[in-house]
Design a protein around this ligand. Sequence first.
Ligand code: GLY
Length: 355
Amino acid sequence: MFSKITIGKGQSKYDVIIGEGLCTKANFQKFVTKDQKILLLSDRNIPRKKIATIKKNLKSLGAKVYDYEIPPGEKSKSFNNFEKIHNFLSTNAFLRSDAILACGGGVVGDLAGFVASTYMRGINYIQIPTSLLAQVDSSVGGKTAINLKSGKNLVGAFYNPKGVLIDTEFLESLGAREFKSGLAEIIKHALIDNRNFAKYLLKYSKEILNRDSGHLNKIITRSIKIKAKIVTKDEKEQGIRAFLNFGHTVGHALEHYFGSKLMHGEAVAYGMAYEAKMSLEMLKLKKDDFQLIQELLEKFEFNKQLKVSFNELKPFIKIDKKNTSNLVNLVQLKAIGECKIVAIKNINSLKKFFN
Ligand code: GLY
């Protein structure tokens, strides 16, 4: 059993396939041709057995597979690796008709996608995201990037993959925190789009946390459908795609402040808690909806007291990518499923939400 969601418009349209055990010859057939060179980009945390299966199936289609492993972690999204991979591609005579296959979490996918967008002015790439966060968020929507010392994802491109295979078998070996970090982005998709989905997550939180495969498949598919709808309408974030950043202004600030102590999804979950409080006051978010958000975050155990003050977060809130000249642009909720961008002139007016 698998589901298929089509994303994008015109020539850059692609399919996301979701199911268990998708790294098969039949699924690769669509992307791979005989004698094509494929750079298989991954990191050492990806289960060896899965990598071996992928290689075997690609080779059985006549492809020439070149392995490239990067160290796990955000530091790998660097100019240095970007350049090294380009050199590797050119040394091995990769042509525009060849391709990159990214098998890993968000770091591997973002780096692979950005290299693909620039090598010979663009070659094909395919995503096999292995973390829950990459499966429901970063592999979908064509955002590719590397980091600068001054901030994450500051250099990148919108460049759609040729396809995304979401093989849920990868989730079995994820650590608990990493798994929950992905759930935070699923909660976010529910909050920006659909109250019934939010209620479903609340009702089945126990089964979801126990990684029940039926529920997991359902919520991953539902979550990607929400993101697909948004990024198809607004591929390059000129408008509604910004709604996907609910929880991210404060979330990114928390991530900057706590560094590796907080995972991206955890920071987003706490960011959503702060931004829901702001929505309650500034947009009169319905009380029932506010309560549902609080219950959800609590059920998924995003309810620790973080030791951080407004003044400590303020410099990072100021440099958020959504901001314009002197305005902090925050995504807020009028209701679950109804977002609005609120422009804040005086950043200090946010202080009370951090007490
Ligand atoms: N992660 C937000 C986006 O893809 O736009």
